[in-house]
Design a protein around this ligand. Structure first.
Ligand SMILES: Cc1cc2nc3c(=O)[nH]c(=O)nc-3n(C[C@H](O)[C@H](O)[C@H](O)COP(=O)(O)OP(=O)(O)OC[C@H]3O[C@@H](n4cnc5c(N)ncnc54)[C@H](O)[C@@H]3O)c2cc1C
Length: 469
């Protein structure tokens, strides 16, 4: 699609809406600050925006979007830029609309166990704020210290606690959205039930900034679970660790976190963080298992049941983390695997997901495909959800292999996921980088429906163009 060129008159109009300090161009800010608005955490991609606009409220967002709609200028909504599928990359240049100033927690409603927030609130800041009043917001992407709630909704993000508590979509009740025309709507109601027409709230979830800009969110909350236990189980075979995952659930236990880490994943991350961890030579993978609730005695019973299940596998000595510091270190190691891998090498992350009992077959398939095509992968992820992050390491792969040669093995990998009853993204979205593969998971009838929905919301194709399909 052809777009109009951004004119100085439009830049002046944006300045009149948000104030000159919040309209950034390559000429007005330092190069590295500006460059960051053209990146996210996806490989080493960069696309320069023509302008970055930082509105402070929905009314300002609406005025900017309306101008872009009238003048046919692409708009790329941006949260914290931690996305792993390239959703926030302004591939058609135009306006990057940053939500960083929409960062207020408007209300924590203790009577209804709800909260109203703006989309630029950092996930962990929100979790801590509700915890102060004894409440719990479970969705916890490993990037929770920097990613935004609006980004989480737009990617339908998960995290370790999804296995027991569900993902971001399970906590949103209502959203205020600026549509690509500039109109402002609420998608639902602040209620736990809603059977009033199509579910626009869930349609917005995971729409990756292609249908509108989320400017306010109403979340439901839970009482905070006061107790937890954390176990680290080392396995001598990766596939045994993967197979143990579904056995834990079959024994009637629902952990609040069940994470898989291959040896390289845990090793690279502990080194990256400078947290010493001694790993016996023969250990190939770990499961990090968290149990939570209100009653510690009950949790110890569950931990014993987990030990009972793991006895059936080739497991070394299981560590029960008993201090807050030890628990924190283990979770930091887990949460920083992505950063550690990135520190070691450029990588492509495939966000594979299968029914959890198929995890071992998926893992075996990943390694077999890697051997055949000559690439290394570091695998880790939310095993309790059957969600395995396959990090294909660039290492010394040449340009031809990196840019073209990996397409076939990635297709094979995704076909395997679909054959096993899974799909090609569990929580990172399609964005830019998984776009060529979406047809493996969805047929033309489904894709046509989605294209039709996009057309209804965004008839001029200005909102995050070039993403998903
Ligand atoms: C180290 C690391 C660990 C991670 N761990 C996890 C994990 O455990 N689970 C997980 O699910 N993800 C994880 N991620 C991926 C990423 O953090 C999530 O996708 C996150 O939700 C993105 O949020 P963001 O604010 O950075 O969004 P961005 O990257 O800025 O944007 C993501 C998408 O959302 C759109 N968008 C952003 N804000 C809005 C808005 N207000 N309205 C409309 N569209 C909007 C953008 O256009 C883009 O398409 C991880 C990333 C890193 C780097």
């Amino acid at each position: 699609m052809e777009y109009q060129v951004l004119t100085p008159t439009l830049v002046t109009a944006f300045e009149a809406i948000v104030g000159p300090a919040h309209v950034l161009t390559a000429q007005t800010v330092e190069a590295d600050v500006y460059t960051d608005y053209g990146r996210d955490h996806t490989e080493d991609f960069h696309f320069a925006p023509d302008v970055v606009v930082r509105p402070a409220n929905a009314e300002e967002v609406s005025q900017i979007v309306r101008l872009c709609y009238e003048h046919h200028i692409p708009v790329t909504p941006r949260g914290a830029g931690t996305g792993l599928s390239g959703g926030a990359l302004p591939i058609h240049h135009g306006v990057v609309l940053s939500t960083e100033r929409l960062n207020k927690i408007i209300e924590i409603d203790e009577r209804n166990l709800q909260a109203t927030v703006e989309p630029g609130v950092v996930t962990e800041v929100f979790q801590n704020a509700v915890k102060e009043v004894g409440l719990f917001y479970p969705p916890d992407p490993a990037s929770k210290g920097s990613c935004f709630l609006g980004g989480n909704l737009s990617e339908s993000s998960g995290g370790p606690k999804a296995v027991k508590y569900g993902v971001t979509k399970d906590y949103v009740l209502n959203m205020q959205v600026v549509l690509p025309t500039g109109d402002i709507i609420w998608t639902g109601a602040n209620t736990l039930k809603n059977a009033t027409g199509y579910n626009l709230t869930q349609l917005m979830v995971g729409s990756e900034g292609t249908l509108g800009i989320i400017t306010r969110i109403v979340f439901k909350l839970l009482p905070y679970p006061q107790q937890n236990l954390l176990l680290l189980a080392p396995f001598r075979k990766e596939t045994e660790a993967a197979a143990a995952v579904s056995a834990i659930f079959r024994a009637g236990i629902v952990p609040s976190g069940l994470e898989f880490m291959e040896r390289e994943a845990i090793e690279w991350s502990s080194r990256y963080l400078n947290i010493p961890l001694s790993l016996p030579e023969d250990i190939r993978a770990h499961l990090l298992i968290e149990l939570d609730g209100q009653d510690l005695d009950q949790l110890y019973k569950e931990a014993e049941a987990v030990y009972g299940v793991l006895e059936n596998y080739d497991v070394d000595e299981i560590l029960l983390a008993d201090t807050a510091g030890q628990k924190d270190d283990l979770w930091r190691i887990r949460r920083n695997i992505g950063n550690a891998v990135r520190y070691n090498s450029v990588y492509k992350e495939e966000d594979t997901v299968v029914p959890r009992a198929e995890l071992a077959t998926l893992l075996q398939g990943v390694k077999e495909i890697g051997q055949r095509y000559g690439f290394n992968s570091v695998c880790y992820g939310h095993a309790g959800d059957g969600n395995l992050h396959v990090n294909i390491i660039r290492g010394d792969l040449d340009d031809e292999m990196w840019n073209h040669g990996l397409q076939e093995p990635i297709k094979e990998l995704f076909r395997l996921c679909v054959r096993l009853g899974g799909t090609i993204s569990g929580e990172h979205g399609i964005g830019l980088v998984q776009k060529p593969y979406i047809g493996i998971a969805l047929g033309e009838p489904q894709l046509n429906l989605m294209r039709g929905i996009k057309q209804v919301f965004d008839p001029r194709g200005i909102m995050n163009p070039g993403k998903i399909f």
